[in-house]
Design a protein around this ligand. Sequence first.
Ligand code: ATR
Length: 276
Amino acid sequence: MPAVQFAVFGHPISHSLSPRIHHAFAQQFGIELEYRAIDAAPTQFDAAVRRFFDAGGAGANVTLPHKAAAFALGDERSLAASRAGTANVLTRLADGRLAAHNTDGDGMLRDLTERHRVDLRGRHALLLGAGGAAHGVAWHLLDAGVQMLTIVNRSPEAAHALVHAMGEPARARTRNWDELADLGGHDLIVNATSAGVLGVALQLPFTLLGSGAVCYDLSYGNAASGFLGWARAAGARYACDGLGMLVETAADAFALWHGRRPDTEPVYRWLRQQAA
Ligand code: ATR
C-alpha cells in the first residue's frame, strides 16, 4: 500500500522543518507516511493545493504567505481558524471537502505553559503586532487567563480592529507604538511582528519588562535573534523563540491526522541541538 501523503505549502519553503518533524513523529508510532515541501507562488497556491488533494493527499500544513488563502479554501473552518482568519492546517474530509484549522495559538500556549512552565493567569501581557501571526495567538492569551492584554501595532488601525474583533474591552486594549515608553512593565511580551523576518530591528524601551518578565518571539532562528537579544539585555527571566511552538503546532496537526499525539520533547531537543 502506498504511504499516505502529506505536505507543507509555502513560498519560500526549502528551509521548512515540517517534513523532518512529521517524519520524526511518524517514527514514534511506526507510521509510514510521505511528507514533502511544496513551493507555490501566491498565484499558484489554490491550484497546487487542489492538485495535491485530488491526487490523494490527506492533509497539508500551510505557512507564509498562504495562511489567509488556506483559510479561504476551507469548506469547513474551526473556531481557531475563524478567529484568526487564517489557517495552517488543511485536512481532506471523507467527502472530499477541505477542513481549515489553525494550531498556532494552541501551539504557543502549550510551549509557554507546559515546556516553559509559565503561568499566564492574572498576568499583564503585551502583544507587538496585529497581523496574521498576532491574530493567531491573541484570543489564546485571554483563554489562558491573561488579565490584561495590550496590543500595540505600528499602524494603530490593525490593532483596533483586532481588539474590536476580540470583543473583550475589559481585558484587551490597544495603545499606540509611540506610547511604548509610557506603558510600564509587563509579565509577558510576545513579538508577533514580521520585523525580524524582514531583517529590521525593533526599537523597544527596556521599561516594557516587569520583574521576572518572559519574552516570546513567534519566529525562530535569525528572525528571532534581534528581539531575544533585546529581551536578554533588558533582563528577561526567559527569552524564548518560537521553535517549541512550531513543534507543538506540528504535533496538533499530526494528532488531527493520525489520531495520536506524539511526544514532542525529543523532537524539540533534536531540532534545538541542530540549530545550536
Ligand atoms: P504575519 O503573518 O507574519 O503576521 P503580516 O500579517 O504581514 O505578517 O503582519 C506583519 C506585522 O508585523 C504587522 O503587525 C506589521 O505592522 P503594520 O500593520 O504596521 O504593517 C508588523 N511589522 C512589520 N514590520 C515592522 C516594523 N519594522 N516595526 C513594527 N512593526 C512591524
